[in-house]
Write a protein that binds this ligand. Structure first.
Ligand code: NAD
Ligand code: TYD
Length: 365
């Protein structure tokens, strides 16, 4: 039996991971440490066999107490400020949480585990954005690609990756790191492209496409990501990093066109949707694509990300199960079936924040 401490487990990927792990390892103990920032949500853990402790990863005394009292042997670190746009508006929180927060966890892990002979693992969840941006014909990011972060978000994640590496090399801490591409799926906070655009489409609000919409991302269904992390925990070599991708490289405009067509089809197949969402163009017989609005580009916007995950495939037996089409259809279905989940978020401080910071999003470029 293992005892896991999952930081950020009330966020998007963390809560999907807790669902995956508790379903596949019912004998294990799972403790979630989450500050419940705007992105954290108690409801994401509803019905799961996991204990939620509300607290800050920077609180070393709390983390040390949790490791001792729960006899933790595996720390899976998701907690972060995770949205690039927010990092452009206010980078400080990213340094605080992603850099100093990760360092606080490493310090506790070193004290409790390094050199003690106790079996342990510190797994750090990171991003492909640390590798920077690719040209159209460049090979995909491998674990050997030099780091070249371009946003305050990716720079803070790169710093945390380096600290994890250093704690392995210097102190012998048993670390692993995974760098994944853009996730999507259930419980995705509606400030990121896919959930934001689904909810905007249902309300008849513009779909703000940054720049020319030809930026490319490699879309990874969150369940595949969770399977990948589990494979690293089981079979990953200590001190190594593994790239986890979805094998679904798509320009944003293709994702948005898929989304618009899928919303139209859902309304055509289910007349009750028009009553639930009367402001949606699809409720009025108009295509959802009429909401597409090209707006000013994000400053420093990375053009293309692509993941080469052959190392995870050959060493860990990882492979993504979802195609983008199947994964997106499941995701749209989830958002249509879980209106109360996202309404709970939209009714909070979120809308106020969007209004203050993204007022310009409705303006055509
Ligand atoms: P998220 O923003 O949905 O969730 C982050 C969680 O961390 C929230 O529950 C929040 O309350 C918690 N948190 C924030 N600061 C904290 C603190 N100081 N102490 C304790 N908890 C705190 O993020 P996500 O999309 O689930 O991302 C999880 C991890 O995966 C992050 O490290 C992110 O960098 C990485 N990642 C995400 C993606 C993606 O597409 N979403 C892609 C690559 C990597
Ligand atoms: P996002 O979901 O913020 O993830 P990331 O910045 O980590 O890749 O954005 C995905 C892509 O969609 C990215 O190229 C930016 C673009 N985008 C828009 O065009 N409009 C939007 O309103 C948002 C949120 C993102």
């Amino acid at each position: 039996m293992a005892s896991l401490l999952v930081t950020g487990g009330a966020g998007f990927i963390g809560s999907n991971f807790v669902a995956h792990w508790t379903a596949t390892h019912p004998e294990d103990r799972v403790t979630v440490l989450d500050l419940l920032t705007y992105a954290g949500n108690r409801a994401n853990l509803d019905g799961m066999r996991a204990e939620l402790v509300v607290g800050d990863i920077r609180d070393e005394a709390l983390v040390a107490e949790l490791v001792d009292s729960r006899d933790v042997d595996t720390l899976v670190h998701f907690a972060a400020e995770s949205h690039v746009d927010r990092s452009i508006v206010g980078p400080d929180a990213f340094i605080e949480t992603n850099v100093l927060g990760t360092h606080a966890l490493l310090k506790v892990a070193r004290k409790k585990w390094a050199g003690t002979g106790r079996p342990h693992r510190f797994h750090h969840v990171s991003t492909d954005e640390v590798y920077g941006t690719l040209g159209p014909n460049d090979p995909a990011f491998s674990e050997e690609t030099p780091y070249a972060p371009n946003s305050p978000y990716s720079a803070s994640k790169a710093a945390s990756d380096h600290l994890v590496r250093a704690y392995h090399h210097t102190y012998g801490l048993h670390t692993t790191t995974s760098n994944c591409s853009n996730n999507y799926g259930p419980f995705h906070f509606p400030e990121k492209l896919i959930p934001l655009f689904i909810i905007n489409a249902l309300h008849g609000r513009n779909l703000p496409i940054y720049g020319d919409g030809m930026q490319v991302r490699d879309w990874l269904h969150v369940e595949d990501h969770c399977r990948g992390i589990a494979a690293v925990l089981k079979h990953g070599r200590v001190g190594e990093t593994y790239n986890i991708g979805g094998g679904a490289e798509l320009p944003n405009i293709r994702v948005i066109d898929t989304l618009c067509a899928a919303v139209d089809s859902a309304f055509a197949a289910n007349p009750a949707l028009a009553q639930r969402f009367p402001d949606a163009p699809a409720a009025k017989g108009l295509p959802t694509s009429t909401l597409k609005t090209f707006v000013a580009d994000r400053p420093g916007h990375d053009r293309r990300y692509a993941i080469d995950c052959r190392k995870a495939m050959t060493e860990l037996g990882y492979s993504p199960k979802h195609s983008f089409e199947s994964g997106f259809a499941q995701t749209l279905g989830w958002y249509l079936d879980h209106e109360s989940w996202w309404r709970g978020i939209l009714d909070g401080s979120y809308l106020e924040w969007v209004e203050t910071n993204y007022g310009n999003r409705q303006t055509a470029a």
